[in-house]
Design a protein around this ligand. Structure first.
Ligand code: FES
Length: 458
């Protein structure tokens, strides 16, 4: 009898041991199981093809993998030292965890808190002090929609609301893709800020210039693809300025809001105003030009203007483009074309892969739709992370490591790269140019070489 009982107990123990922890993702109502032990929450998402942002590749260096624990807090390992530090700086309550830092020992229910790469920049605001302002070196971008009053009078209210929503979205993306924060919408104006969390003058200036050029590309796309049906064309004017301003969360104690004040902000607004009389698309101050190495930008006309409220005239320069090919800008401005039909893109790509290399089919489990979703999520994430190369490298090496685990070999990479380029060219269609292909090729060279070199990651 005793022997039978101990046999039963041992079977129960074995079964319990075999039962893997489950993770319930509340917002998408999907439950998955850990496939290996021990696993972090992020590992479990990745193994189960749940898109889960992890910009630093699971190294505890960003906060994009953060989740809120709804149930099962005790089934997670305690905070690591790096996670403790992050939680302290950002004043997180105990329910917020970094998915890459907690090991799962039993069932949990979680909610992912950062859903898209576009949301990542908002996280910068968490480190801005409450109730006081600090002086910081920033770049301010003002973008104005031309002839707003006339356009409003010519269009029906709901059409106008739709067009404005699209305007704010497609023009906001270049700000977000380049480490900027969308500070305000003032009527028909968008205000972007770069450098709220520090960073070098050159990096912040480069980000802002790239965003301004990206906005000009974006407005062309919007006019071409979406506004033709309304018989309307949008034009914009952009002003950029660099300087020291006060940045903080200010206001009534019950309603503080992120605020940026200072002379450089007013000057940026007035520079934007000058684009109307000079008939320029983008004007930059001398401080922007001086923030970048000589020869970085292609500059057009130069103006000397006395801005309202100033006693001394200032020099303004017309920004035309980068002097050479800027890979980040090329990729960012073509991402919408490439992923205009995300599912179609992924399906076409995998069809090519399985036709040219049927042996690779066995590396994929049956859930191809999850795999397709993951591919476009990853491609978009890479383009968004180009402006944070230090994180991108870490993320790519982690990706390389997980691909090796799935059976991907170094000899597979050249074919995958070639087929991605072919699919990208097809998606670009009439908008394909040699310059764009070259930029995507260089970017994919970088991506695959970092993925293959994951062993060199520290
Ligand atoms: S902190 Fe978890 S992925 Fe960066």
């Amino acid at each position: 009898m005793i022997h039978k009982q101990s046999q039963l107990q041992s079977r129960l123990n074995t079964r319990r041991h075999r039962k893997r922890a489950s993770v319930m993702y509340s917002s998408i109502n999907q439950s998955v199981r850990a496939k290996s032990k021990p696993s972090t929450l992020l590992d479990i998402s990745m193994e189960n093809q749940i898109p889960h942002l992890h910009e630093c590749g699971g190294n505890g260096r960003c906060t994009t993998c953060r989740v809120r624990i709804i149930e099962g807090h005790r089934n997670l390992s305690p905070r690591t030292a790096v996670e403790k530090n992050t939680a302290h700086v950002r004043k997180w309550d105990p329910s917020i965890r970094l998915a890459c830092q907690c090991t799962v020992h039993g069932d949990v229910e979680v909610q992912r808190l950062v859903w898209s790469s576009a949301e990542v920049n908002k996280l910068q605001l968490e480190t801005i002090p409450e109730g006081e302002a600090e002086e910081r070196n920033i770049v301010i971008l003002f973008c104005d929609l031309r002839n707003f009053t006339r356009i409003t009078s010519e269009n029906m209210v709901f059409d106008m609301a739709h067009m404005l929503n699209r305007f704010y979205t497609v023009l906001g993306d270049p700000i977000l893709m380049n480490n900027g924060i969308i500070y305000q919408y003032v009527g028909d104006e968008i205000v972007g800020i770069f450098g709220t969390c520090g960073g070098s003058r050159e990096k912040n200036t480069m980000d802002a210039v790239r965003a301004a050029l990206g906005m000009q590309y974006a407005i062309e796309r919007l006019n071409h693809f979406e506004l033709q049906a309304f018989g309307t064309k949008f034009r914009i004017g952009i002003g950029l300025n660099y300087g020291r301003a006060f940045v903080g969360h200010l206001g009534h104690p019950k309603h503080r809001q992120f605020t940026v004040v200072g002379d450089p902000v007013n000057v940026a607004s007035r520079i934007q105003g000058c684009t109307k009389e000079t008939q320029s698309k983008t004007l930059i101050s001398k401080s922007i030009l001086e923030g970048l190495p000589d020869g970085t930008l292609e500059i057009g006309r130069t103006f000397t203007k006395l801005l309202a409220g100033k006693t001394m005239p200032i020099e303004l320069h017309e920004l035309k483009d980068f002097a050479g090919v800027d890979i980040n800008l090329q990729l960012q401005s073509s991402l919408d074309y490439v992923l205009k039909n995300e599912l179609g893109f992924a399906q076409r790509f995998y069809k090519k892969v399985f036709e040219r290399a049927p042996g690779l089919r066995s590396l994929f489990r049956d859930d191809m739709s999850g795999q397709e979703r993951l591919l476009t999520h990853m491609l978009g994430g890479i383009v968004y992370s180009l402006s944070r190369p230090e994180y991108l490298k870490m993320g790519l090496r982690t990706l390389g490591k997980s691909h090796e685990k799935y059976g991907v070999k170094p000899e597979h990479y050249p074919l995958v790269k070639q087929l991605l380029i072919e699919t990208i060219k097809e998606e670009l269609g009439d908008f394909h140019t040699e310059k764009l292909s070259e930029a995507w090729l260089q970017a994919l060279d970088f991506v695959t070489s970092e993925m293959m070199n994951w062993q060199s990651a520290k």
